[in-house]
Every structure is written in C-alpha cells, then in structure tokens.
Design a protein around this ligand. Structure first.
Ligand SMILES: [Fe+2]
Length: 341
C-alpha cells in the first residue's frame, strides 16, 4: 500500500502538485482538525462517490492516525484509482512533523470519552443515568424519574439530542419518567422484549445494542428481580438496575420476581464480567437500606456483596425469602401505572 510521508505531502502541496486530498473520517471530526483545500468523503460512503473522483491524478486519503486512510486508499486502488495513497500517521503526524499551522486534535480528545452522569434523587434513593457521545452530542437516559426537570436542563445546557429512553425494568418503588421524556423529546422508549408495557415502545433482547452517536449500550437480559429486567453494558461500565445493588441485590417478592432466575442472572451474566467493570446500580442510600456509595466494581462486589457470596442456589433462595423489610406501600398501583403510561 503506497503511503505518503507527511513531509513529502507538504513538499508536493507547496510545489503545486495537482492532487486530491481526501478526508475519509466521519464528518463530526472535521471540526476538530482538517487539512486545507481538501474534500471530505467518509470511508463509509466512499463507494457511492467513486464517479466524482479523478483517475488521472494522485489522491491522498487522510484521517486522524492513518488506519482508515490506508483502508480507503486500498479500496480506491482496487476500484481503478492506481494513484491513490494514504497519508502516513494521519493529520496528527502531519501537524506534528510537517506543518504546525495545521490544527491538532485537542490533547484531551472528546472522541475518546464517554460523557457519563449519575443523576441521583435524594428523596427516593433512585439513580438515573445519562450517557452521551460528546462529539455527536447524542445520548440516552436510563431509568428516569417522574420529575424530568433535571434531565431537561442537562439536555438543553449540553445541546444534546436524546436518542433513547431506557427502562432497565418495570419499577415497583417509584413512578417512572419515560413518558414525559418521550413527550418532550420524541426519543423512543426501549424496554425488554419481556415487558408487559402497553404503551408504544421498542423491544430489545440479549445482545442487541442501543446506539447513540458512535457509542452503544449492549443489552444483557438479567431476569429475577422482575422478569423483564435488563442490564446495560457500555464500555467498561454496567448499569445493573436492581439486579445487582451495592452490597446486595433487588428483592424478588414484588410481583413476578424469581430468586432462581436472579441467581442465574447474577452468576451467569453479572459475575462473567471482568473484575474491573464498574457497577452502577439503580438505587443507593438509607431509603433502600443500601450504602451511600453510588459506584462499585464487579471485583469488589464478588467478594463483599451478600447476594454474590451465598455460595449455593439453596442458600441464595433462603437469603431472598427471609428478613426483607415490608413491601413498599402501593407497589402494585405503581407497577400498573408504570406499565400503562
Ligand atoms: Fe426495581
């Protein structure tokens, strides 16, 4: 694969060589840095733009670090553009060694980061989550509470587009906020395929992903606390809802829960995750007889969590049936409201 060294490209540009500089990155990266007098055709749509490209002069593809540009140049060579080549090291190398006037990506590249916010409610001990792609400005809200004012403020202050509202399960302890958020933003509501909800929603199942910008939340079905419970896996984080709480797990005696199913979800799905995976639950604090902490790791919970250290299914079932506090008042009314609107 022909590569063009940054210094050679600079010489050619200064020498007036007639070449086409082709930016093959996703469009949102152009505002971070770009080469002058180029054309932008993202790699994903390059095949549709072949008719507009010259066969008789060099085409130099470029991206951030060089990998996508090499794929693009190879793609072009295979389709009758023998003078296609890739900028070695990408725009990053070019601005460093050949032309410091060309803007660099910010040192702290937002494309490397996930925007992640826990949104605790002190009055109820509930935790909602906002996750966003900071470049595309697209995000999802998980387990929103009924009062959507904090989410509305977060979305408008950050200029975020809401791609999805997700409920990890049918809540029995608080009224959910998906309906109000959907009314505000038109974002679709995602629920487990096992949900009995009667309002319009999109159903997902094991292994499916909810995308927001370049990020995705992958669904793990973790029934037990409720039949429709899912856990969301995003990068090195899991949003465990009430399947795994800090030091404990969600009860199985509200509605259609099952200690046996919860045991399988915890041992086969949750404990299968790498030890360093960060655990983000749906509840915290005294309101739920839980720690005030908001985050843990799989490795820590594996050795310290009561639910994960019972040692056998029989012991776990006994743990789930003995000694829990009285059921929350009105839980069946809350469930039916959360399923119908
Ligand atoms: Fe719950």
């Amino acid at each position: 694969m022909p590569l063009v060294a940054p210094s050679d490209l600079r010489r050619q540009l200064e020498g007036g060589t007639l070449l086409l500089l082709l930016d093959v990155r996703p469009p949102e990266q152009r505002r971070l840095a770009r080469l002058p007098n180029d054309r932008a055709i993202p790699l994903s749509v390059l095949g549709m733009a072949l008719g507009s490209l010259p066969h008789d002069r060099p085409i130099v593809t470029y991206d951030h670090f060089g990998a996508q540009a090499r794929r693009a140049a190879r793609f072009l060579q295979d389709r009758g553009f023998p003078l296609a080549a890739a900028l070695e090291g990408g725009i990053d190398e070019y601005s460093r060694v050949a032309d410091p006037e060309v803007a660099r990506y910010p040192e702290d590249d937002p494309a490397d980061h996930l925007f992640f916010r826990q949104l605790p409610r002190l009055d109820t001990g509930c935790l909602a989550y906002f996750l966003g792609d900071p470049v595309a400005r697209e995000g999802v809200i998980v387990d929103p509470g009924r009062d959507i004012a904090p989410y509305r403020a977060l979305l408008s202050e950050g200029g975020w587009h809401l791609s999805a509202v997700v409920e990890t399960h049918t809540h029995a302890d608080h009224l959910a906020g998906h309906a109000a958020l959907h009314a505000l933003t038109d974002a679709p509501i995602y629920l487990s395929r096992r949900s009995r909800a009667s309002y319009p929603h999109r159903a997902f199942s094991e292994g499916e992903a909810i995308r927001f910008g370049g990020e995705e939340a992958v669904v793990l079905e973790t029934p037990g606390h409720t039949p429709d419970h899912v856990t969301l896996h995003v990068r090195d984080k899991v949003l465990t809802g009430d399947t795994l709480l800090l030091g404990s797990c969600g009860r199985t005696d509200l509605g259609e829960g099952s200690p046996e199913q919860l045991y399988a979800s915890l041992t086969e799905k949750i404990l299968a995750l790498p030890a360093e995976t960060e655990v983000y639950p749906a509840h915290f604090g005294a309101h739920h007889a839980l720690p005030e902490r908001h985050v843990s790791t799989i490795g820590f919970e594996r050795v310290r969590n009561e639910a994960l250290t019972q040692g056998s299914l029989d012991a776990f079932v006994k743990y789930m049936t003995d000694g829990w506090p009285p059921k929350p008042k009105d839980f069946d009314r809350i469930v039916s409201t959360n399923l119908s609107e």
